[in-house]
Design a protein around this ligand. Sequence first.
Ligand code: CA
Ligand code: CA
Length: 299
Amino acid sequence: MTLGTKTVFAMLLAMMAAPGAVHAAGDVIAVVKSGNLVLIGDAEGNTVTIDQAGLPVTDFRITPTGTTTVNGIAAAVVLTGVTKGLVATLGEGPNTLVTTAVAFPGNVVVKAGSLDDTVVLGGDIAGNVKIVLGAGENTFFLDNGSAVVGKLDVKAGEGGDAIFINNGATVGNNVKLALGAGANAVFLNPASQVTGNVVVKAKDGTDDFFLNNNAIIAKNLTLDLGAGGNDIFLNNNSTVTGSVVVKGTAGDDAFFLNDGANIGETLLLKFGAGANDVFLNGNTSVAGNVVFKTKQGCT
Ligand SMILES: [Ca+2]
Ligand SMILES: [Ca+2]
């Protein structure tokens, strides 16, 4: 489609008449409902931070950044009476939601749209965490030293997503990451701990999984990574107390059990076709059986 000079001029006039439509600010409604802190974003990108610095335990401060407003104003809002968790529905994006040193007594649920969203959870969550990020290149961080007492579920669609359980962070129950197609990356960073199972599902695309130094998974690790050249690293002195099952299909997959890493039960690698590599390095241990299944190629 080509636009005539008159049409373009008319559009420019319309834009000048309604500057808000050109640089729409994006507003987040923040309320407390049934003990939950409820955030409702709009169709624009919304950026907000939540903290409790200097506030009573049931009070939360929501601070907008950039062009975002909260309840129509470009300044922090403090809400009181939060006795449960957080329900944030951010709408279309790109959205950024950050919590800093918060303590939520209940569950945290965050939903975002089809663009690139970022969610950073810092603090302690006494319940479960469910993060639904839609399509796009999404990023989720459980920040350093943060704690989720219950389960952690992250769902994302097409697009390369990155999930970080950062240094010393803990999850008290199962971690389930369903990341869809795209080049996804999952990091359980140094000294992080998951008390339950860790299950990662991905589709087409090159996926990477890192259980980094001294990180611990107290039950089983299951990686179902689909096609693409997937790389899996269980790095130095990391531990999976239960079994490790890794499934790939087409593509060159690589599995590394690095120095001092140990697996308490079975290691099962089903890599499908491709030039797959398996490295069991020095001082590593697998207490159960090691089973490697592939259609072709192995070094
Ligand atoms: Ca939004
Ligand atoms: Ca998204």
